[in-house]
Design a protein. Structure first.
Length: 305
């Protein structure tokens, strides 16, 4: 049986729909099969990820194909009315909503983070934590990559599409450039610790909200405490704002040493430009190179103590 040809009108409509999806941030498929969100009835993604799906109405049978005949124009075609049946809602299904405000979620995160004595335990705690709504739309937890007890800890903004698929931070184009930047000062994944201020990809690669950063911060602080770095480097403006409280833009903040206190220990921190920005604006690489040299000098000085 020869599949029906797609006419120009349908092709234009499909192109418009795909363009709208892209504008809304849909740039990849996260699961092998689609999720019927309407089947969740009143439940929404957030805190509970094992919701019981309600029964859906039977599928409306398709009309039989029309007999072959002379081609009809768009004006001759009947306008089809599609009615999407609402799924049947079971009365015994609980209504589960992520009602905890950011302050309560951050308190819960702090209590959970303190229970972790190692990075492996902290990963387990993060995998079980449902207080961050980003977890509902992300495919993977992106905890860290690199050395668990590195002298240099690098903190970026958030995972992207490639990171979400791989389950590791900085593995896409920006990650490849970061690896080259580190290699220029004699470092590699074997002796650095790389993570982000949030552990799940925001939809459409948007900037994490202050509430999302607030909820994840207790885990990040505990991670810094467990790693115990000599130097911390933040990448990009959102990471510098979230971790160091820097306002006014990364171009004014970069290249200046700051300090962050975690568990009573002060760690020198250097904010610099994000590799993704350097890919778009190569002229900024000379500024990032100055920051890398300053970090290299600080690491050498810390080793001599």
């Amino acid at each position: 049986m020869v599949p029906p040809m797609i006419d120009e009108e349908d092709r234009a409509g499909m192109a418009t729909l795909l363009a709208w999806w892209r504008e809304m941030g849909v740039d990849g498929v996260l699961d092998d099969a689609g999720n019927d969100w309407l089947a969740r009835a009143d439940a929404v993604p957030g805190q509970a990820f094992s919701l019981q799906k309600s029964e859906t109405a039977p599928e409306t049978p398709r009309a039989a194909p029309a007999a072959s005949g002379p081609a009809r124009t768009a004006a001759d075609r009947p306008i089809a009315t599609v009615t999407s049946p609402r799924p049947a809602v079971t009365t015994d299904a609980p209504r589960r909503f992520p009602t905890a405000p950011p302050d309560a979620a951050a308190l819960s995160a702090r209590q959970a983070a303190r229970q972790a004595k190692t990075l492996d335990e902290l990963r387990t705690v993060l995998e079980a934590f449902d207080g961050c709504a980003l977890k509902a739309t992300a495919k993977s937890l992106c905890f860290f990559r690199g050395r668990p007890d590195a002298r240099l800890m690098i903190v970026g903004e958030a995972p992207g599409r490639e990171e979400d698929l791989a389950g590791k931070p900085f593995v896409g184009r920006a990650g490849l450039l970061l690896d080259k930047m580190l290699a220029a000062i004699g470092l590699s994944e074997d002796n650095v610790h790389i993570t982000n201020v949030v552990y799940w990809r925001p939809p459409g690669n948007r900037t994490p909200t202050p509430q999302e950063v607030q909820v994840c911060r207790p885990f990040l602080e505990r991670q810094i405490e467990l790693v115990g770095p000599d130097v911390l480097m933040t990448l990009g403006g959102p990471a510098a704002t979230a971790l160091l409280g820097i306002e006014g833009g990364i171009m004014r903040a970069r290249g200046r040493w700051r300090e962050i206190e975690v568990a009573g220990r002060k760690v020198p921190a250097m904010p610099t430009l994000h590799p993704a920005y350097l890919l778009r604006t190569p002229i900024g690489k000379r500024l990032a190179w100055r920051d890398l040299l300053a970090i290299q000098d600080r690491l050498l000085a810390a080793r001599g103590k």
